[in-house]
Design a protein around this ligand. Sequence first.
Ligand code: C2E
Ligand code: CA
Ligand code: CA
Length: 622
Amino acid sequence: MNIRDSRHHKDSERLKRNRRKFSDTLVTNGPNTSSTAGTDAHDADKQEAEIVRRQYLESEQRFRALLESLPKVAVQGYDRDRRVIYWNEGSTRLYGYTAEEAQGQLLEDLIIPAFMRDEVIQAHSAWIEEGVAIPASELELKHKTGELVSVFSQHLMLNEHTDSPLLFCVDVDLSSQKRAHRDLEFATRFDRLTHLPNRQSFETDLGSLLDACRRQGHGLLTLYLDIDHFVEINDALGYDQGDRLLIELTRRLKECQRVTDLVSRVSSDEFVLAFPGVHLAPDARRIVRHIQNVFREPFVLDERERQVTACLGVALFPENGESSRELIRNADVAKNRAKLEGRGAVRFFQQKLHDELVRQHYLLARLEEALDNGEFSLHYQPQVSAASGRIENLEALLRWQPADGPTISPGEFIPLAERSGLIHRLGDWVIEEACRQQVEWRAKGFHEHRIDINVSGRQLVRPDALKRFEGSLQRHGLAARDIGIELTENVLIEADETVIEDLRRLYHRGFHIALDDFGTGYSSLSYLKHFPVTALKIDRSFIQDAPTQPKDRAIMEGAILIGHRLGLEVVAEGVENAEQLSLLRDMHCDLIQGFFFFRPMPAKEIDRLLSGFMPSHEGLSS
Ligand code: C2E
Ligand code: CA
Ligand code: CA
C-alpha cells in the first residue's frame, strides 16, 4: 500500500466510523427496535441489522467509487472543527494542495478568501447548531497560489445530529465556463482585431456621455472615419496587411484620445469617435485637423511606406442630433457626402442636404409606380416668331403630378430617372405621348406646328434610342417635320460615334435637331461645324441678364451671329419681359420662347390657343 493508498484507507476508515455512528443511531433509534423484545425478535433484529449494515457497506463503496470516478469534481470532507478529513484528486487539481498538504488544515485557512472567512465560520456553526443548511452557490475560492477559482459548490452534512458532524463540499470548476462567458461578453462588446468597442457598445457609451454633456451643458463632436480604398489595400496586399493597417490606425487614434473621448470600430474600415466639450466651430476644426494628421505619416505595409487617406463626416451635438443613434447616423451621412468628393474629404452634416437626400430617395421609390399610375403628362410651350409673333413650334415638357401631392418639377426628377435608369421607359413614354398628341392635332386640322421633345444624354446611352424614336414616328404615320428633338451640347460631345451616325441620318432626313442650353456646356464652338444640328437655343441665363449686363448681351449677340453664319435657326428661351424681347428682335433672333408669351400648358389649352379662342399676347403686337 503506498502513501496515498494508506491515506485513502485512513480517510475511508474515519469516514466509515463516522458514518457508522450515524447509521448506528438510525438503527438503534429506528421504529422497529425495542429493548423489551423476545429472543426471536432479538435474532430477527440482529439479522435485520446485518442486512442494513451490508446495505450500508455497499452504499459506502458506491459513494467512494462515485467520488473517485469524478476527477473533475472536487470533494472535501471537514470535521466539526472544519479540519480536512477527506480531500480527493479533484480537490488537488482545483485548489493546488495535495491531500497530504490539506489533511488536518482548517477550511478557512486553506481555500477561503479573507473576505469570506467570518461568514463561512458562522454558516458552518449555524448548520451544526441550528440546522441551517448552507445553500449551493457559485463562489470564488482561493487556490494555493492565491488566485481565485470560480466554483459551483454544494454542501452536505453527514452525522448532522451527532457530536461528530461532517461537512462535505462538492465543488465543480466553473473557470472554463466563466472564461467562455467573458470571451462571449468581450466578443459582443469589442472588436476582436483592434480591441476597440464595437458599434453597439459605442452607441451605449455615447448615450451615457451625452447624458453627462446634457447635465453639464457641454457640446460634443461625433466623427465618422472611413478609410479610402481599403478594399484595394486588402485585395492587393492581403488581409494580414489590411489588419496591420487597422491596428496601426487604432494605435494612432488612441494616441490622440483624451480620457473622456470615445473611439470605436464600427465596421471593417470604419471608425467612429466622440469628443465631448466641443462648442464652437474652431474647436471642431481643430479636432478634425488632429484626426487628419493621423494620416500624415505613411503606413508601413508589406515593408513599404504607403500614404493612406480617409474621408471624415462630422455631426455635432446638440445641433445635428440629440441621441447617439442620430448623431452616428448623421456623421455617417456627412461621411458619405465626403466620399463623393474623393479621397481625404471632410464634410460637416447639414440638415438641408440630408433632407434633400431623403426626398430624392422617396422620389426615386415613387417614380416607377408613378409611370404605371399614369401620373405623368406633357405640357407644351409655344415658340413664336420674333418677327411675326406667330406660333411656330411647341416644346414638350414633362410634368409629374403625383396623385397624393404637389407637382414635381422635371429639374428634380429627370436627374433621378437618369440615375435609376428609368429615363429609358420615361423617354419612350414621352415620345409615344408626343406622337399621339401630334396625330390628334393633325386630325383636328392643326398642320403647322412641330413638337420638339427633350432627349437626355442617358437616353442615348442605349444604342437603339434614336432608331426607336424613328420607329415610333413611323408607327404613328408621322414624318420629320412633325417631331423634333432637343439635346444639350454636352450630350453631343460625350456621344459615341454610333449616336452621331444616327443623328446624322436624322439630320439628312430633315429632322429638326436643336442644341439646348447653348452657352452653358463646353462652349467650344468648333464642334458646331461637326455636329448635325439645325438650331441653337440660347440659354435662359444670358437672356435674363442681357438688358443689364453687357457681357451677357455680347454672348447673346455672338451666339445669334454664329448661329446664322452656320445656317442655324436661333431660339431664345426664357424671355420674360419686353426689354429682352426688344433686344432679341434688334439682333434678329428667329424664335422666342418664354413666359412673356406663353407658359408651358396642357394640351387642352394649346387646343384652344391654336383654335384661336385664346387672346394673343400683347407682346405680339408690340
Ligand atoms: P429645358 O429643356 O431648358 O426647358 C425649359 C425650361 O425653362 C422649362 O422648365 C420651362 O418651363 C422653363 N421656362 C420656359 N420659359 C421660361 C421663362 O420665361 N422663365 C423661366 N424662369 N423659365 C422658363 P421645366 O419644364 O421645369 O423643365 C426643366 C428641364 O427639365 C428642361 O429644361 C429639360 O432639361 C428637362 N425636361 C423637361 N421635360 C423633359 C423630357 O420630356 N425629357 C427630358 N429628358 N428632359 C426634360
Ligand atoms: Ca429644352
Ligand atoms: Ca433649355
